[in-house]
Design a protein. Sequence first.
Lengths: 288, 402
Amino acid sequence: MDILGKRRIWYTVSIVILAVGLLFLAINGLNFGIDFQGGSLLEFRFDQEVSNQEVRNVLEKINIAPDAKIQQSDTQGIKGVLIRAQKLSPRQITDIEEGLRNEYSSTDMLRSESVGAVIGQELRTKALLALLIASVAIVLYISIRFEFRFAIVSIITLMHDVLITLGIFAMLGSEVNTPFVAALLTIIGYSINDTIVIFDRIRENMKMMHKTPFKELANQAVVDTLPRSINTSLTTLITILAIYLFGGASIKVFMLALFIGMFAGTYSSIFVASPLLVTWTNRITNKK
Amino acid sequence: MRYKKKRLLKIAFIIAIVALAVFLYFNNSINLGLDLQGGSHIVLQAQPTEERDITNQVMSGIQQVIERRVNQLGLTEPVIQREGDDRIIVELPAVDNPNEAIETIGRTAVLTFRNPAGQVLMTGEFVKNATADYDQYGRPVVSFEMNNEGANKFENITRQYMGQKIGIYLDDELLTNPTVQSVISDKGQITGYDSVEAAEKDAILIREGSLPVPVEVVQSRTVGPALGEISIRRSIIAGLVGLALVAVYMMFYYRFPGVLAAAVLIIYGVLLMGTLAGLQATLTLPGIAGLILSIGMAVDANIIIFERIKDERKSGKTLRASIDAGFKRAYKTIIDANVTTLITALILAYYTSGTVRGFAVTLGIGVLVSMFTAFFITRNVIDLFTHSNLLQSDAAFGAKRR
């Protein structure tokens, strides 16, 4: 199987996906949740179906956040609504709860979250910082354990996976919140993990088959680790899918991000990382 | 004979580790985070006023006021701690009206002086300072000072209520109820304290109520107990379904070694729970996701090992030699691959807070336990069956397909 010989095809596939993702990022932007923007999110449960309009009527009646975004709750197996609004005070939240209870006696508050704009800004900065520091730490580790070019290629691969995830989120308009950042960091860890298993085999082949051209020994490494790559990503994607389908609504976004990222991660470790390494090495040898 | 002895030792080792994990689990049950058992996480930020900047002293005053209010709610195990220069974090277990409680906690303190009938005579804004001190007889007292306007007012009040009690209230709670013994204008003392610590406590609260610094609820997250219950139930289902699917896949692909891997996964689950309980880790919803994800990592270690053994088998080595060589080579890969995940988990745990930190912590612990499981448990379990026909067959490890 000659995977690395078809580098051009893989590069084209990645570039097209990345371009589409970036286009959506540029046009739609990301749908930041209250974690990063500030605001309030309330979820209520009822015994009966309560329509969005009925909830809005209550909000208009008590004149609190009448322009809130209202949608049916996505927690499975319950009848409820989600209300998103500007940051509300605890008093206002209590008032909304009471207002709803006056109309629908079964009203039960499942959760309420309020985040000030300042905190949102802070969380965003912290999240970016965590992403940056994690990337640098990983480059350092790989440079020590492998070679610098392996590290740079891993970082490109990693950015590839993160950008694809961001692009798809921009496309779907899914909410970007703190769990999403945690998912991105997990994707980074996983993507690197996947790439390293293949690099590890390349490193081994470099020692054992030093007469073979780099492209061939790298290709051998990718082919040899293919069963592992497929099995691992399948088992991981199975568990993620299980949590996505059966887990609660609040971790759905998290799992969706993980699913996209891990998929991209498996693809990129096989079809992006090793090809890049070959392209890089060829450039160096050609110059000599 | 020697082989049998070794085998017994290995079985004993696995049983001992599992028993320890089970013991830890039942001895220190796992704490559930606010998002699973219900509760509120509140961040309050002090807002500086024209008269007062936010200093350490001001913050400890605010913290005491908040502690008082939280304690009045009569909750079990509330957490109140300072964060940074001007913030206080409060964590409450589930209450009936969480947002009402949050509002009460975040209210600006009001100090009032009231007559025996409960009527407000004067508010705290006229108090300039209050400190704990000893009087001339060496008794602990609270010394207080009034500003100019306050001195006039207080002189009239103390004259009018001579010999009667004047209650000093913070919000609606009585701090102390001294009897007026003389006319006081700008400086006075409150006696009747058992210790200077008790006096200090009231002095802080009087200061806080007299020059209130408003606090703003900059962040609050409340989860009702109902949602927590739904989350736990769903997570358990998700975890079991995920585990079962992975086990079936492993058995299908790797045959008998896959069965062993499934057994190792169950042992991994037990060890992980035991470790979490032993470390007194708090389990949050993202934390559960981290756990389920670490199942994937644990399986991965087994897959890497099996693939290596398969490669060695293909190159014509005996089973024993293949297992030895396979493990030896897999170790390095597993360590390199997992260290990077550990790095991200550590950084996440350091730079984030709340539920995401829960995720990072459980993921980190999960990765460590999975490495231990791969290196010790999988190794011993495979060794136990080295001589059985089940591992000798070509189909084992999926080696038949070429």
